[in-house]
Design a protein around this ligand. Structure first.
Ligand SMILES: [Zn+2]
Length: 421
């Protein structure tokens, strides 16, 4: 089974759909297991040998798979061990964050071959943002030893709403990021296919392929950073919602009289615990207490303080910051226990930049979930922390390009076979 983000896949129930699903299943099995013979592939995917042979032949012809080795097993012909051909394509994934730009280059096997980060200030002007992305891309290509023409696609991870048909993006957290034609901007500059999606969903996609979601059917990924979102995976597919706006757990209200939120409401989880809310509270700490460690770690500049400096100060022993992170973790824990009750996942994966080196917050989140979540539901949930690091959404953006390439191939094959009929 595999995640299919198949925008242009055929309808369920017909032969085209079956073939698409089987092709995707074979690619996924090879990607997860690295190498398989044709017979092992048939066994592993529960498909008949003829179907596997036909699909494998098509994948060979396209160059998507290759022979990794030959096994001599007694007399007879050596067994060919197949694997994904990483060289089939290379894709850039770029995560546009509130306080960072993070980029990776992955090959068709999904392996990261370059990774780079740039720190930024909150919500840059779109033109400046594009300039920085071009700079980041240059660094990535240099690290990977590639040229622009070696790339086959670009994936963009965005912290907000994506009108996927036109590739326009809007973020409630950054006033300057409204209706930006991000897809067109990248297509114009690089002349490549560009996929754009929400950062939390792409983080979930990375977990599904390479992280703690690999062996799990139904799970939730908490994306904790400048904003707070959630990626939902049901039956190994990303759940998008009716209009592609699923997972806004950060805008669920935990206190009707709470602080104003960027969405226009009051007392959302984000308004207490998102990176932007921690910056606001950190400013207030610095104004009240001028001799704190936070003042030192942030260079006595309340206007520029961000959540990474709060985490650093807390780790150095600043009790105000430690208390801030603990309380924020408790609010996040309430939101995530609600999400667990809604979806009954078998795993909750806690990820995002806010929890990097942030044991205080992770402990507060997990302890709150243990207290708030109904025991009968909690018993079935494993709570775990992501191991993919700060570039998980960028990695997911790269993966979305691989899926796009697979879907284009599957659709093209189908059209060809219909013509031959
Ligand atoms: Zn809100």
């Amino acid at each position: 089974m595999r995640p299919t983000e198949a925008d242009n896949m055929p309808e369920k129930g017909d032969q085209s759909y079956l073939r698409s699903r089987n092709t995707a299943r074979i690619l996924e099995t090879l990607r997860q297991n690295k190498a398989f013979s044709r017979i092992d592939l048939a066994e592993q995917t529960n498909l008949d040998k003829k179907t596997v042979l036909n699909i494998v032949n098509d994948l060979f012809a396209q160059g998507m798979i290759r022979i990794m080795s030959r096994q001599i097993d007694g007399a007879g012909r050596p067994k060919e061990i197949l694997g994904i051909n990483g060289d089939y394509g290379r894709y850039a994934g770029i995560d546009l964050g509130g306080t960072h730009l993070s980029g990776v280059i992955v090959n068709f096997a999904g392996e990261r071959i370059a990774s780079n980060d740039v720190e930024v200030h909150n919500g840059l002007e779109p033109d400046t943002l594009m300039k920085l992305c071009i700079y980041l891309m240059r660094n990535l290509l240099k690290e990977a030893g590639l040229k622009e023409y070696d790339l086959s696609g670009i994936g963009i991870s965005f912290p907000g709403f994506v009108a996927s048909s036109q590739g326009y993006v809007t973020s409630e957290n950054f006033p300057r990021w409204q209706n930006i034609p991000i897809q067109e901007m990248f297509q114009k500059r690089y002349n490549l296919p560009v996929c754009v999606d929400d950062c939390s969903r792409l983080m979930a996609l990375a977990e599904l392929w390479f992280g703690k979601g690999r062996n799990c059917r139904d799970f939730i990924v908490a994306d904790l950073g400048f904003g707070i979102g959630c990626g939902i995976v049901i039956d190994r597919k990303i759940f998008r919602g009716s209009a592609g706006k699923s997972g806004e757990v950060g805008h669920t209200v935990v206190d009707v009289n709470g602080p104003p939120c960027t969405c226009g409401s009051h007392g959302c989880i984000e308004s207490f615990a998102a990176g932007w809310a921690l910056s606001r509270d950190a400013q207030s700490i610095m104004q009240k207490h001028s001799n704190t460690l936070l003042c030192e770690t942030s260079g006595n500049s309340p206007e520029g303080v961000n959540f990474r400096q709060v985490v650093l100060a807390a780790n150095l022993g600043d009790l105000y910051c430690a208390d801030l992170l603990k309380k924020a973790g408790e609010y996040i824990g309430i939101g995530l226990s609600n999400a667990i009750s809604f979806f009954n996942p078998s795993r909750l994966i806690i990820g995002g930049r806010l929890i990097q080196d942030n044991e205080i917050m992770i402990r507060a989140i997990t302890e709150t979930i243990q207290i708030k979540c109904m025991k009968q539901i909690l018993d079935d949930v494993e709570i775990t922390v992501s191991e993919l690091g700060g570039s998980a959404s960028a990695w997911g953006a790269g993966v979305s390009c691989i899926l796009n390439a697979e879907n284009l191939f599957i659709t093209a094959m189908q059209k060809l076979k219909e013509k031959v009929k």
